[in-house]
Design a protein around this ligand. Sequence first.
Ligand SMILES: [Cu+2]
Length: 141
Amino acid sequence: MKRFGWIAAMLWLASPWALAADVEISNAWIKESIPGTENGAGYLTLTNVGTTAITLTGAATEAARAAEIHEHVMNDGMMRMRRVPELMIDVGETVIFRPGSFHVMMFGVKEPFQVGQEIGLELIFSDGDRKAVTAEVRAIE
Ligand SMILES: [Cu+2]
């Protein structure tokens, strides 16, 4: 029994649930690169399944020089984007990153993103926690 418990604990630690105990990340994808541009955008769905509010403070990827959390806002009738230094997600709340709204902005993309590629993204939270997710590159609609 003792040994079984130990193995169960190992399996629990190895499961993705152990890494994403309080936040569920799904539908991660990246827009295919527009030829001639070196910036990129990634999207995903974040749900706080924990018991306390969480704050997203940044992102990282090895596929680009830098990554930031951005949002699009209407300003004087113009669509602009700006950096979001802190994005708070309440208990039970779902935030959907999508074109025209929140996105993971990537600067200095090293190799153009091509449809079907899988790119690793990391989300960074205010408590220092990092969640890794794999994003699939999809065609620009
Ligand atoms: Cu942006």
